[in-house]
Design a protein around this ligand. Structure first.
Ligand code: PLP
Length: 522
């Protein structure tokens, strides 16, 4: 190994192929090993050529930098290559099916990218006078109209920047509505056991206590348990539909009715809207607030930390408590209402404009009928996977079809010595990103597979063939293929607990290195 491993979670191992052949450099064929930029050094080099600045240091007083800034020096091609090589080590929806359940990793149409790069959208400053931004305001207004129409809801708060941020917005609206009605004592929120972790986390963040609702053996909300737990101190229920087991909540209308009968609001986690868009309007089901992950259902790119967008649709009861801003039509054209309704704002400015443009382009290019087809094809693809993989793997809820994701448990691995984690790691060697693992928590060793509608039959078959072949090997007793996996990835199996508990967030020079100024504290 020529490169030092400072800042890496584990030592990169020699690049060993399936035949046990290791390269001398750590490369794998044309994929080179890549050090951190800081490991390259070159502190006195720079990729740009600027005239020496003349400035008067006296303005800065003792704040003037005393030590060199300590940035590694790279030429333009070195910089480009660094980032391109890093991107080659990462997985992307542009490379293969990305089966992460609950995440809706669908193709990002290039038309959306083209629209988002139009200078009128891309170069617009958020403080530009409304008169100069009529097109952008019109786009926000049209997108809001589509979101309200598709959900059957009268209002939408556009500014939240992720699903979880939308949850926060929705619960803050609910809290404001209860307080305005003299119901501020309602401080309990009911959440099903299978909920995404953001649901209880959001409720706790708002200052509410969280109580779990039990699940029936067929993976739905236990209505009797819900009714028993409702009471005069319950502020809201938070229910995902379709739920995180990939199942439609059959009793959803009744769930809404009993919640309302007890004076609670119905927050719906809309992350799985992709399964029902164009077919079911959540407003018709009795939902009071629901976030929509534009980066899931409406194809805007995500993963690797963002950006997302999580507009929240609101019922008539909650609409008066929506945060600013929103678009208003006046005699002078469109403008933004910025006045405070008592709630304040969720964020500076108006939300994720780039994501708005992409989502709107997606809606317009699909049309209403095309969006309905999205939901139908997403469900069809998931059921195709469920049917094919059931030949070797055990579906968690075998009875009836699933919605947009197929959920398996690990009972089919019993006695093989292979765990869900091992199986997922072996998938990497076969060219596939693992599915969501160990979520939802209600299913033992869960494997949650969401293909989305953008996968063709051929791609689905390639994926299923790979998993079925792996399953066969696991059952035949080749445990080592799984325990040591991934063998062929740039980095082998990582100590994930250590990485989570003690992340190395900053590079530190090794004692022997000629050190630049130390970086900010970890
Ligand atoms: C993705 C997801 C969320 C959170 O959305 P973010 O945009 O990641 O904040 C919440 N609930 C469910 C069911 C999800 O799949």
């Amino acid at each position: 190994m020529t490169m030092s491993s400072v800042g890496r979670p584990t030592q990169p191992q020699a690049a060993e192929g399936s035949a046990g052949h290791a390269s001398l450099t750590g490369a794998r064929a044309l994929l080179q090993d890549e050090p951190l930029l800081f490991e390259l050094g070159g502190w006195d080099k720079t990729g740009v050529d600027l005239p020496q600045a003349e400035f008067d240091a006296s303005d800065l007083g003792d704040l003037v930098r005393a030590a060199p800034i300590g940035l590694p020096g790279l030429s333009e091609p070195e910089t480009l290559r660094h980032y391109v090589r890093l991107s080659q080590k990462n997985h992307a929806i542009d490379l293969a099916l990305y089966p992460l359940g609950s995440c809706t990793m669908k193709h990002n149409p290039r038309l959306n990218e083209k629209m988002a790069r139009l200078p009128g959208f891309a170069d617009l400053h958020p403080l530009a006078p409304a008169a100069t931004a009529q097109g952008a305001l019109a786009l926000m207004d049209r997108l809001a109209h589509w979101l309200k129409t598709l959900t059957g809801m009268p209002a939408v708060a556009m500014s939240p920047k992720a699903g979880a941020h939308g949850e926060l917005c929705g619960l803050l609206c609910i809290r404001a509505a209860h307080e305005a009605a003299g119901q501020g004592h309602r401080r309990r929120v009911l959440v099903p056991t299978s909920a995404h972790g953001t649901n209880p986390a959001t409720a706790a963040f708002v200052g509410y206590s969280v109580q779990e609702i039990a699940q029936t053996t067929d993976g739905r909300v236990d209505l009797a348990d819900l009714e028993a737990k409702l009471g005069p101190d319950v502020a809201a229920i938070m229910v995902t539909n379709p739920n995180t087991c990939g199942l439609f909540e059959r009793d959803i209308v009744e769930i809404a009715r009993v919640a309302h009968a007890h004076g609670a609001y119905f927050y719906c986690d809309g992350a799985n809207f992709n399964a029902i868009v164009g077919r079911v309007r959540p407003g018709d089901l009795g939902v009071d607030a629901m976030h929509i992950n534009l980066h899931k259902t409406f194809s805007t790119p995500h993963g690797g930390g963002g950006p997302g967008a999580g507009p929240v649709v609101l019922s008539d009861a909650l609409a008066p408590f929506a945060p600013a801003p929103w678009v208003v039509h006046g005699s002078e054209g469109l403008s933004l209402a910025e006045h405070d309704t008592g709630f304040g704002r969720m964020t500076a400015f108006h939300g994720q404009m780039g994501m708005f443009v992409r989502a709107y382009a997606y809606m317009r290019s699909h049309g209403a009928d095309g969006l309905r087809q999205v939901a139908e094809d997403a469900v069809l693809n998931a059921n195709y996977i469920k049917a094919r993989l059931s030949a070797a793997m055990t579906p968690a809820f075998p009875d009836g079809p699933c919605m947009h994701e197929a959920l398996f448990d690990d009972s089919w691995l019993e006695g093989t010595g292979v765990t869900t984690l091992d199986f997922a790691k072996a998938m990497i060697d076969e060219g596939f990103h693992p599915m969501t693992m160990y979520f939802p928590l209600v299913v033992h060793g869960a494997m949650l597979i969401e293909p989305t509608e953008t996968e063709s039959r051929r791609e689905l078959d390639r994926f299923c063939d790979a998993l079925l072949a792996l399953a066969q090997v696991a059952k035949a007793g080749d445990v080592q293929r799984f325990k040591g996996a991934p063998y062929l990835a740039p980095l082998r199996r990582l100590d994930e607990t250590l990485a989570a508990r003690k992340p190395k967030l900053a590079w530190r020079p090794e004692p022997t290195t000629v050190a630049p100024a130390p970086l900010a504290a970890e």
